[in-house]
Ligand binder design. Structure first.
Ligand code: SF4
Length: 120
């Protein structure tokens, strides 16, 4: 019995990949996490349309003392792409990035404060 298993295993060959030593190439149409083009985002609207359509609330607006920032939580993003269609400035896109391992929760959050939007 064990020799049969060994024989089958030898005939099958190697099925695993060399990931992560050799990065995987994702297929066309693969949807990774959302990416914010900071130079195009102005965080307009209350709330901005991207925040409204984001069902898992990965996008949010943080307001402290007149300072307004868009917050993107990559741990919550499900790569649905709704924010891409909702943004009138094309500031959001879906990347093919899927490697989201981080040493802390805070590293999975990116914040953007538009230029000129500073606390008085
Ligand atoms: S891709 Fe979907 S889940 Fe991710 S930030 Fe955009 S709307 Fe939210």
């Amino acid at each position: 019995m064990q020799l049969t298993w060994l024989w089958r295993g030898l005939r099958t060959g190697v099925l695993t990949t060399r990931y992560p030593r050799r990065p995987e190439r994702m297929p066309d149409g693969w949807r990774g996490t959302a990416v914010l083009q900071r130079d195009q985002c102005v965080v307009e609207g209350a709330p901005p349309s991207c925040v409204t359509v984001c069902l898992p609330r990965a996008l949010s607006v943080e307001e402290t003392g007149g300072d307004r920032r868009l917050r993107l939580d990559h741990a919550a993003c499900i790569a649905c792409g709704l924010c891409v269609a909702a943004c009138p400035r094309g500031a959001l896109s879906i990347s093919n990035e899927f490697e989201l391992a981080a040493s802390s929760r805070a590293r999975l959050i990116s914040e953007h404060r538009p230029k000129g939007d500073r606390a008085a």
